[in-house]
Write a protein that binds this ligand. Structure first.
Ligand SMILES: Cc1cc2nc3c(=O)[nH]c(=O)nc-3n(C[C@H](O)[C@H](O)[C@H](O)COP(=O)(O)OP(=O)(O)OC[C@H]3O[C@@H](n4cnc5c(N)ncnc54)[C@H](O)[C@@H]3O)c2cc1C
Length: 385
């Protein structure tokens, strides 16, 4: 079968339109990508400016149906847009968890009142959402979560704790999972709730990562009242709603292009050869070649995932391969940077920041070991342990 990697004439025209938009509208300070102090959260002003432009253009919710104010782009159309955004170094998912996760979940499972209340505000960028899934004893084994929601009249009363909640300190709303039936088998006693972050009894405690950034938080609930009308789907059926939300995560083309761009940055420096004669050694040249080949492989793996989606298939172990390979490559490139510049890298290109931040990519969205379990059982057909 012939492999067609180039754009059709319509796709090329769409790519051109996206490029032109970025050129005209993207704030210069974002074009350097997501790094820097506090990542994108450290540059909220510029992110907001960019988000408003994307929203004005009608592209903020690329996958949502037009009926709900989305752009209803094809899978390939979304892919090209994300690829061009990543190529320019500007954030692609400016609608955040609202557009990417909770919006599509409400479209599928929400009541008319919930859609009415939330979808428009998400599209207009008026609210920030966070995801309250992980707990100190529930990460890879998410169904082990223990935060309790007890029905009391027209409310649920929440008690417990979430952790690693990205952006909770900036968020207006949280979609979350809580245990409503502790006696039921663990996947069957969970309910999906929408929680107003201003509710009395919520405490948000930022966590400082080893890179010195504060993107994660612990969130504590003490007798927090959540109206029953904020429940999505049926009581005790939240696991199935919650896994729909996770299905909306997309292929990692943004990260595949991102790793290649950080490699290009390192190569530009090495070509100038200003830092040390070490940059010109054969071992370093070979390391660059290895990483370059791997960056091409990462791109191909993400093309595979997107081609499957475009053909109406649901990528499974293929998405795990893509995520695993790209996130580990990110670490190998950060290692190369440390190897080249060591402590001096802190001054010239903040290589130690990249090194420390790279670790989280192998944990977020399913750890490396969990991806390997999926590939071993569903990809290779090996028996479960
Ligand atoms: C950048 C980032 C952003 C995040 N944002 C959010 C967020 O917004 N909201 C949210 O709810 N959570 C968020 N998380 C949390 C994330 O979902 C969890 O960290 C992840 O699911 C892993 O869970 P854990 O940290 O509890 O580790 P554990 O699940 O406790 O894993 C510990 C170690 O054991 C290994 N392990 C676990 N199970 C198995 C197994 N079956 N086989 C082999 N090895 C195994 C893991 O690979 C890991 O090495 C974020 C995490 C990161 C890094």
């Amino acid at each position: 079968m012939a492999i067609q990697l180039g754009d059709s004439p319509e796709e090329a025209a769409w790519r051109q339109e996206v490029r032109q938009f970025i050129e005209q509208e993207a704030p210069a300070e974002l074009k350097t990508g997501g790094g820097g102090e506090g990542g994108l959260f450290g540059r909220m002003g510029a992110v907001k400016q960019w988000r408003d432009k994307v929203a004005e253009k009608g592209w903020i919710a690329p996958s949502w149906p037009k009926q709900y104010g989305g752009a209803e782009m094809s899978v390939v159309g979304q892919f090209i847009m994300n690829e061009e955004f990543a190529e320019a170094g500007v954030p692609s998912n400016v609608g955040g968890f609202g557009v990417m996760m909770i919006g599509p979940t409400l479209i599928e499972h929400g009541t008319e009142e919930q859609k009415e209340e939330h979808l428009g505000r998400i599209l207009r960028g008026e609210v920030i959402w966070c995801q309250g899934y992980s707990e100190p004893g529930a990460g890879s084994d998410l169904a082990a979560l223990q935060t309790r929601a007890v029905r009391d009249g027209d409310d649920y009363v929440l008690n417990g704790q979430k952790i690693w909640t990205t952006g909770a300190q900036y968020s207006d709303w949280m979609y979350m999972l809580a245990r409503t039936d502790p006696e039921a088998p663990k996947h069957r006693g969970i309910t999906y709730l929408l929680v107003d972050m201003k509710s009395p009894g919520i405490t948000v405690q930022p966590l400082t990562t080893m890179a010195g950034t504060q993107t994660f938080n612990e969130v504590f609930f003490e007798d927090v009242r959540v109206p029953v009308q904020n429940r999505v789907g049926e009581e005790n059926r939240g696991w199935y709603v919650g896994t729909t939300t996770l299905d909306f995560e997309r292929s990692s083309i943004g990260s595949a292009i991102g790793v290649r761009k950080s490699l290009e940055g390192l190569m530009r420096r090495a070509k100038e050869g200003k830092e040390s004669s070490f940059e010109r050694s054969a071992s370093v040249r070979h390391e660059f070649v290895d990483r370059w080949v791997e960056a091409e492989v990462a791109k191909m793996l993400s093309y595979r995932v997107i081609s499957m989606q475009a053909a109406g298939m649901i990528p499974n172990y293929e998405a795990s391969m893509c995520k695993l390979f790209t996130s580990e490559l990110q670490q190998r490139i950060a290692n190369l940077s440390m190897h080249l510049y060591g402590m001096h890298g802190n001054v010239i290109n903040r290589s130690s920041m990249g090194y420390m931040q790279g670790v989280s990519a192998t944990i977020a969205g399913g750890t490396t070991e969990v991806q390997k379990n999926i590939m071993a059982t569903r990809g290779l057909g090996l028996p479960r342990g």
